[in-house]
Design a protein around this ligand. Structure first.
Ligand code: SF4
Length: 245
């Protein structure tokens, strides 16, 4: 079983296309019980997500326990809380670091409320991660939406300069939260088809994965920051009666 665990719904950014859930956070002791339930269910991989997972102060302890049970730890982060001083301890138990990056243009990062000088910061982290932990995988997640569909080539060319493993292009899809406020961010089927045609057969030192509506609608399991289990399928969230805590 593979799950996405939204360990916190808090975030230090305010991206316009965000579709995070808004739920309360649990204590470390409560989350340890949830982790034990997942271990008992033979979970193979946890994608720690949010909100911003590094805002959850006990994340490292949960990652450590998870790793001790041979679970693959993916962390889905905006990287803003990572820096040269804390990177080593923050990625110690991480198998794959997934960093969100939609623009290299800092004006657009500000315009879409992703953060001032966001790319400048991500660049520094990208250069450091594999120096500290060579075996870690780095994945860049890019949400394809109205604001960056004509900027993807610039981003691709920039990514060629870094030692990353995968670039995932995810079509914006308004599911919940802030993403529902402004549907103008969505791109059309034709526009997204052109993105697929443009990038699918390229050869470079990293893999390109393209995630459209079909993949977005596939069933996936989410553990909410409240501990509830949700099956998200076809763009709908179905809360399970199955209790993890
Ligand atoms: S998309 Fe991610 S980084 Fe942006 S506000 Fe939502 S949780 Fe935070």
């Amino acid at each position: 079983m593979k799950v996405c665990w939204n360990i916190t719904s808090r975030c230090n950014k305010n991206c316009q296309y965000c579709f995070k859930f808004n739920k309360e956070d649990l204590s470390l002791e409560e989350n340890k019980k949830i982790l034990n339930s997942l271990i008992e269910r033979d979970v193979e991989r946890i994608a720690w997500s949010g909100g911003e997972p590094y805002l959850y102060k006990d994340l490292k302890e949960l990652l450590k326990i998870s790793k001790e049970h041979n679970i693959l730890n993916y962390v889905n982060t905006n990287a803003t809380l990572l820096n040269a001083d804390n990177l080593k301890e923050n990625i110690q138990y991480v198998d794959r670091l997934i960093i969100s990056l939609d623009f290299i243009d800092e004006d657009l990062n500000s315009q879409y409320e992703i953060g001032e000088n966001y790319f400048e910061h991500v660049k520094k982290i990208l250069k450091l991660v594999k120096k500290i932990k060579p075996e870690i995988e780095i994945k860049i997640n890019t949400v394809v939406f109205r604001g960056n569909i004509d900027k993807l080539e610039d981003l691709y060319n920039e990514l060629l300069n870094y030692d990353i493993d995968c670039w995932k292009l995810i079509r914006f899809f308004p599911i919940r939260g802030k993403s529902l406020e402004d549907n103008n961010l969505a791109v059309t089927d034709d526009e997204f088809r052109k993105v697929i045609a443009n990038f699918k057969d390229r050869k470079q030192n990293f893999e390109i994965v393209i995630h459209g509506l079909k993949e977005m609608k596939e069933r996936h399991i989410i553990v909410l920051s409240s501990g509830k289990l949700v099956y998200s399928e076809g763009g709908e969230d179905i809360e399970s009666d199955d209790k993890l805590i």
